[in-house]
Design a protein around this ligand. Structure first.
Ligand code: UD1
Length: 429
């Protein structure tokens, strides 16, 4: 297994190009199942999760072709992929594949909507909490699907097709909002989704579905209306920039000091994290081309933050923010409200010298004057990257094990940070 070795202490200075968003690319790729025509996605990041989803979609009969580079493109831009689900050959998503990536469960929506049947494995255990699928099942039942759980599989049937419905989520869920929106696009009649997730990735999926011929209004608000259509067509769509990747590098610069331009980052969808970084002591400037983050010398201030659905502070940046305030002058409080067990980074940050007390959903972080490099590992994507950030600011050498978690969600992380002056290298197994 690969490892990442970091020698901390250098400030970050330079430009970091922001990649296409993993959390948008995955549902967009899954949307290819809704049409016989070709869906072309640009700016798809090179990530292990994307590669795995290609395999999963291939299993259902989706042809996936990576387009050649165009003149002027270099190795740093995302890829353009063509996904053609002309004939769906298999409506089963097996345990071996779904258990490797939870988002692949989302194929249940397009499959039942287009084929009238789907047999999709329950995702199984997950490192960041129990993450049930009851709200997906609720939404699909509302849309008229018969659903049984059989041998670890969700078996959904709607031989006469889905019908529009009123769906009210008791809790905001990004995944079930994606699935309900995709399924309702091919249902008969009108669907209203209440208490829908307002995440920018939901808007990105909706705009792609609109271009494919779906009739959707209100994406980005908590009420989404969908008028079902008979069929959707192929289209070309560019995946939005990754706000979590941008927020992660912003935390890194705030921690190490220096000045970095996050090229292609979208400030309007990062308002809350940028506000928090400002409170901590970073200087943040939004431009049309990206976001500039700077911190020179001054100390870091402690903060109080709770994670929340968009537009609140994202749970996907909680671990990175925690790494940052480990070095603050004072005590910070970070409450995790989305996933009950998303604190795996705490014990590992402690190995670097952090002082963090956990009490249920609340982490109390007492800032320390310095962190010291150590060998660490994490069992989740965002937790892993928080250790990289901490390592960049720690004295001496940090080795992050189980790098495959990072490869699931961060494209070329060691090159991007290395180009800004970090001493960071991958040690191949
Ligand atoms: C997505 C993101 C993930 C992010 C999360 C919250 C992707 C691939 N993943 O995950 O990075 O951390 O949104 O912004 O885009 N819940 C239920 N029942 C359900 C579904 C969800 O109780 O049927 C609960 C979950 O346990 C959690 C909360 O709802 O407590 C939010 O989960 P959800 O928004 O669905 O997260 P994901 O879509 O899995």
């Amino acid at each position: 297994m690969d490892r990442i070795r970091i020698v901390g202490g250098a400030p970050l200075n330079g430009v970091i190009p922001i990649s296409g968003a993993k959390n948008a690319a995955l549902p967009l790729m899954i949307a290819s199942l809704l049409t016989r025509e070709t869906l072309t996605l640009e700016n798809v990041p090179h990530l292990a999760d994307v590669a795995l989803l290609k395999r999963i979609l291939g299993n259902h009969g989706v042809d996936c072709m990576v387009q050649g580079k165009r003149a002027g493109q270099n190795g740093t831009t995302g890829e353009t992929i063509e996904l053609s689900a002309r004939d769906i050959v298999d409506t089963t998503a097996p345990y071996e594949l779904v258990s490797k990536m939870r988002a692949s469960f989302w194929v249940v929506g397009p499959l039942i909507a287009r084929m009238g049947e789907a047999r999709v494995s329950l995702p199984g255990g997950c490192a960041i909490g129990t993450r049930p699928v009851d709200l997906f099942i609720m939404a699909l039942r509302d849309l008229g699907a018969d659903i049984d759980i059989d041998g670890g599989y969700v078996v959904a049937r709607a031989p006469k097709g889905l019908r529009g419905a009123h769906i009210r989520f008791p809790k905001v869920t990004v995944g079930a909002t994606h699935v309900a929106m995709m399924a309702a696009s091919l249902a008969r009649g009108e669907t209203v989704i209440e208490n829908a997730a307002r995440e920018p990735e939901v808007i990105d999926l909706a705009s792609c579905l609109l271009a494919m011929g779906a009739k959707i209004a209100g994406a980005g608000t908590s009420t989404i209306q969908i008028e079902g259509v008979d069929a959707l067509s192929g289209v070309r769509h560019k995946v939005m920039a990754d706000r979590i990747e941008a927020g992660t590098y912003a935390c890194a610069v705030a921690m190490t000091g220096g000045e970095v331009f996050l090229e292609g980052a979208t400030p309007s969808i990062l308002q809350k994290p940028l506000e928090v970084l400002g409170e901590v002591g970073a200087e943040v400037t939004a431009t049309n081309e990206g976001i500039r983050v700077k911190r020179n010398g001054s100390g870091l201030s402690p903060i109080e933050v709770s994670t929340a659905p968009f537009p609140g502070f994202p749970t996907d940046l909680q671990a990175q923010l925690m790494a940052l305030v480990c070095r603050a002058d004072g005590t910070s409080r970070i409450r995790e409200t989305i996933f009950e067990n998303r604190f795996m980074h705490v014990q590992e940050l402690a190995r670097l010298g952090a002082d963090i007390q956990l009490d249920g959903q609340m982490a109390t972080v007492s800032g320390v004057a310095k962190l010291k490099g150590a060998e660490v590992m994490a069992t989740d994507l965002r937790a892993s990257v928080s250790l990289v950030i901490a390592g960049l600011a720690a004295e001496g050498e940090t080795v992050v094990n189980r790098v495959y978690h990072l490869d699931r969600g961060f494209e070329r992380i060691e090159q991007k940070l290395g180009a800004c002056g970090a001493t960071i290298e991958r040690i191949s197994a």
